[in-house]
Design a protein around this ligand. Sequence first.
Ligand SMILES: [Ca+2]
Length: 292
Amino acid sequence: MKIIIDTDIADDIDDTIAIAFALGSPEIEILGINVVYGDVAARSRVIRKMLQVWNREDIPVARGAGLPLIGEYYPGSAPHECSQGELSPNEDGLQKEHELSASDFIIEQVRKFPGEINIMTIGAMTNVAAAFQNAPDIINKVKAVYSIAGYHSKLEKPEWNVKYDPQAAQVIAESGVPWTVIGASCMGPCNFRQETIDTLNDEGTARTHFLLESIALFNKNKTENFPHVCDIGVMAMALDETVLPLKAGTVSVADNGALAFDADEQGPHRIATALISPDYRPIMMNRLLTGA
Ligand SMILES: [Ca+2]
């Protein structure tokens, strides 16, 4: 399955874990990874460092939008913080960024592989929305968009990926593209715990070292010790649509980032309606360690 990943890697920790999961899934062909939001130069360096460690520098990395589609950052957000930037403070030894911007990369790839590409957004949806606005012809050539957005049992609570750029989410919602919305809460039962960290430590490879270093930087000055794994939700669903129950309908996005959902069997969207089973944990670990 062909995918493009659109990520705000290097602030929260789950993007790194989700990308490790994708890299450890042989069914998934990653056509490219786009970065979005805030310090996109630092995010781009961190993902290129990660691909170097995974020996996957064949995967292009395209730099995306630092700012939302319209206006400035969401009040109270800290867009220039990049908690894991130290993983790759400069360009030394890194593969070059793709010559196209993230939105142009999406346009190019979708035209090249019409009907085949799933776009996975695990950050704000700015790059995808810009691609749809700049090249509306690609909308019906995208196989599907999968997004981590909202909270499955509390749609009215604005979640980061939406409220960082609500207008971008509105563009996706109103485009008619098949859109699967997975709440940031859905993967909760598989969040890391001490034994997960111990397993990564025992593995002792350059890749598990990278993951542990990322986790340590994320935890600096924070009380959270065990990473959440929200962003894996899009990859897990693309691999096996039975892992989360889905309901069809229409998602709408308010200007503050709140979501609303109208159930309708013919609707263009689907939302995940429950938490993943804790039985998914060994599957997740297997994929993380396969890639590591
Ligand atoms: Ca993210």
